[in-house]
Design a protein around this ligand. Sequence first.
Ligand code: PEP
Ligand code: MG
Length: 583
Amino acid sequence: MEILKGIPVSPGVYIGEAFLMENEDVRIPEIAIPVDKIPEEIKRFEDAAHAVDLEIEAIRQQTEDQLGSSLGAILSVQTQLLKDESLRKQIIDKIKNEKYSAEHAVSTTLKAIAKRLAGYGGEMFVQRGSDLHDLQKRLLKVLLGGRKEDLSTLTNPVAVIARDLGPSQTASFDRNVVKAFAIDIGGKTSHTAILARAFEMPAVVGLETISSDINGGETIIIDGNRGIVVIRPDERTLARYRKRQQELKTQEQALIQEKDLPAVTLDGREIRVMANIEFPEEIQGALDHGAGGIGLFRTEFMYLTNGIEPNEQTHFQAYQKCLLRLNGRPLVIRTQDLGADKILPTHTTHEQNPYLGLRSIRVSMKFPETFRVQVRAILRASALGKVKMMVPMITAVEELRWVKRIVEETKHDLKHEGQSFDEKIEIGIMVEVPSAALQAHVLAKECDFFSIGTNDLTQYTLAVDRGNELVANLYNGANPAVMMLIKMTVEAAIAAKISVSMCGEMAGDPIFTPALIGFGMTEFSISPPSIPGIKKVVRGLAYEECKTISIEVMRMTETDEVTNYLRDKIPKEALNGGDYNGN
Ligand code: PEP
Ligand code: MG
């Protein structure tokens, strides 16, 4: 049994099989071989080792001819490893004594040695570790031959284990099969983490070594509340987690019972709780969790899952589908927020700092014709229900003015064509960059609503990559600078009499609810599973007390001081089973 600690990003407990996404998605089944097959299995290993030896020798020879003997010698290390008697014995012993298949024996042995070497530290050991990894890949390729098993062929539930997962990869998982994931890298508010919460998949990121610690097919526990992963759990641990799984389910069911109770504070202030979605298909789930409407539709996922830009009709049909299901409830459509970690396969330009590069509204301004297609579809959909249009990553008022000009021109075209739309469609912006928060008083005069995107606002204010586990400890919305920008934004909106919501992950973290309400916020948009819990927290708060809390918070100078103070202000059961804190 091995226990790893990472960053909890999506609550819930998964217990079951691990699917290791490496070696071109090869899965190595952990199947015990019958005793009479042992000699055959040893021979399979010996033959594979021989084949790999020949393969490496051919590459070594070719490298030496082209690049000289010293570079060719690099590959000799792998040949030596392959010929090492003690290494071969360890693999063969696993087949003989543990009745492992050749694949499983190779994978577990080489991984264990690589891990031990990595533990010694130092460049040489790291290098030997990567030689072993490469050797493992070659041997498995020969052993498995054409028997490659990838995710699309699976029918039984698994947890995906990988070094990294991109948002488009995660979005295209078959959710009947992928029930959880655990990865080496990542942060709390990366889009992959956000998708995990939306899909209700327990997930832990930033585990650093999980992809090399586990073998495909092994049993794993993923505790998405506490950020703990247990590999090869013993019976006692399994029993404890089964109990925990049951407790969490009971808690969730109790909360769901109250989902339709309004979110009104003890002294009568009403808070609207809306849902964030990535696909129209999520709307039913959002309503089932008690959403008052959709406060953020991340439309860029329509581009990512198909790998191409949707045309006007595809956009329109998606919005129409949403509105039909919403039955009069509002739908806030965010214009595409591509770039950074959400990249179309057609975008091949390499950027040094993609989060500071061609992202979001900047992509729209660079390719205005594509933007116009989406604006046309949004306007046409506005004839069918309560549609608002929201623009991401505004950094300056010129960008907002550009958007409004495009909208006006599009309205003109549609009118000319006899198409109907809502003349008074509200246009709002996301405040997710410090410059927008600092200019909120200017921006508020030129748009109809604000939605504060704390995932990016925290990242850009603190200069901490939201998806980087190495600096995840520095990423915290409770930082007084972030709190200050939120407060300024809310105040600017109130002064200009426009509405202000929050759609970043902070809005779904109950520790922030009192302070945000105290600042004057009356609307949150959060991932559907968090809705019943946040509504319950709101029902337990008094607005007058929230105001005092928000004033206290603004006096504080350190992040931990803010966090500890806010933690004390909400009932413990609202923390959703423990340490989960998704800000
Ligand atoms: C945000 O930045 O807070 C936000 C809601 O947008 P996204 O997470 O899609 O970047
Ligand atoms: Mg954002």
